[in-house]
Design a protein around this ligand. Structure first.
Ligand code: URA
Length: 438
């Protein structure tokens, strides 16, 4: 096996065999393939793309580069399922979705990530809970999933190690933006979790990972086809990220919003609608609900009865967090010392938001990383966003800034003023779910 021959073949637009893909990925994992060769293959795939069959093989080979979770020996009384989002601002869905699905009879081993670029990460939000340990032993993970129904944890280094090296090389060689490579990268990790069903939330709009709607749709379709080809029932929703999804963005703030949502307090309607749409699709795809109406009723009952809230509380305490988080969330989730309202300079309708810039404002406040080694300030963020289409008076806040000090609040204020546009007329309303791909 010569890596350069595989690179040449892809460079010239030919289709790689399963054996060639497997050998190349094995070489990434055992370091026998050089960084330069990974970069060259990534660039060749960037320009030539991959056939569906190649893409399935690449995702499976990357899955098999490390440990794969198995659940069959536990004889769980329900399906194993998960949701994955391409990332956004105020996308706190996972914290509510995991316990909701568990309350409806599913089992959710959710391997979540840290924030990337302007997007928040589920792992960072949960890390705002004092004591929460997102890295349980494999045995403990199995126990929590079996007994509680959901465990939201972090990715360990033995899961899809080929992806870690492949991604690090893509990141510094302008080859992240390949639909075939993004698909294999995301799915390698999700396939290694041993799922029966995966629902993808592919975002579209100014805060999305993919720059255009067409590319969001193309990614969603590819993930659905490759996921199904690799043996996991996979579906995708394209959902709106042209404004923050929740009422807050920032780690403690979003975790608090999720706790309040589960307790039945003050649900943001947009966040509720997207959470319900994703959960419903999961219940439908796994057979836990017979149709959309049935799914909606089961989810509403899980919420109204307090069962989902109870499950979230049990998951948190099973993983080392406080036993009374659900009863006294404000006691445990630290608040920022400086809270400042930002007012519109003139009246008008909120006509557009640069959601990516709002996410970057949260990062600059200390809520996200510029470098992998950065420590986060969980307290900081934004809240109370005026929504697209809302009519503002000069004394209506655009949003509130939660900052560590006045100087960082000043900088955040400059950023958010630039990110939110007002106009004399309301923009056309956008759907929350653009499309479902099955
Ligand atoms: N997220 C991933 O996990 N992989 C990619 O390639 C892009 C986003």
């Amino acid at each position: 096996f010569l890596p350069q021959e595989v690179i040449r073949k892809k460079r010239d637009g030919q289709t790689l065999s399963a054996a060639e893909i497997r050998q190349f990925v094995a070489g990434i994992t055992d370091d026998s393939v050089a960084d330069s060769q990974i970069a060259a293959l990534a660039m060749a795939v960037y320009f030539q793309g991959m056939e569906l069959t190649e893409n399935v093989e690449l995702a499976m080979a990357m899955r098999d580069s490390g440990r794969c979770l198995r659940w069959d020996d536990l004889h769980l009384p329900g399906p194993v399922l998960d949701k994955h989002s391409t990332g956004g601002v105020g996308d706190v869905v996972s914290l509510m979705l995991g316990p909701l699905i568990a309350a409806c009879g599913g089992f959710v081993p959710m391997i979540s990530g840290r924030g990337l670029g302007h997007t928040g990460g589920t792992l960072d939000k949960l890390s705002a809970i004092p004591g929460y340990n997102p890295f349980p032993t494999p045995e403990r993970l199995r126990q929590v999933v079996r007994e509680v129904g959901v465990a939201i944890i972090g990715q360990t280094s033995d899961l899809a190690p080929a992806d870690r090296r492949f991604y690090a090389t893509r990141d510094i060689t302008a080859t992240v933006e390949s639909i075939a490579l993004i698909t294999a990268s995301i799915l390698s990790k999700k396939l290694a979790a041993g799922l029966d069903v995966l629902v993808m939330d592919v975002k579209a709009g100014s805060g999305a990972f993919m720059p255009t709607m067409a590319q969001s749709i193309a990614l969603a379709e590819r993930i659905v086809h490759v996921g199904n080809g690799a043996g996991v029932r996979t579906r995708a929703l394209i959902t709106d990220m042209s404004q923050p999804l929740a009422s807050t963005a920032g780690n403690s703030l979003e975790t608090l919003e999720a706790v309040r949502y589960l307790r039945g307090e003050a649900a943001n309607p947009r966040l509720h609608a997207v959470t319900m749409a994703l959960c419903s699709e999961m219940l439908l795809a796994s057979g836990l609900a017979k149709d959309m109406v049935d799914a909606g009723q089961r989810l509403q009952s899980a919420l109204d009865s307090g069962r989902a809230a109870e499950i979230f509380g049990r998951m948190v305490s099973a993983l080392g967090g406080p036993a009374d988080l659900m009863e006294q969330p404000e006691r445990h989730l630290a608040a920022a010392p400086v809270v400042r309202a930002v007012y519109a300079e003139h009246g008008g309708f909120v006509s557009a938001m640069d959601t990516r810039a709002l996410g970057m404002a949260v990062c600059a406040l200390g809520g996200g990383r510029r470098q992998a080694s950065d420590q986060l300030d969980y307290r900081v963020g934004l809240s109370g966003f005026a929504e697209l289409g809302a009519e503002l008076m000069p004394d209506t806040p655009l949003l509130f800034i939660h900052a560590a000090d006045a100087a960082s609040a000043d900088e955040a204020e400059r950023r958010v003023r630039e990110a939110i546009q007002l106009a004399p007329q309301a923009p056309a309303a956008l759907p929350l779910v653009y499309q479902t791909i099955r």
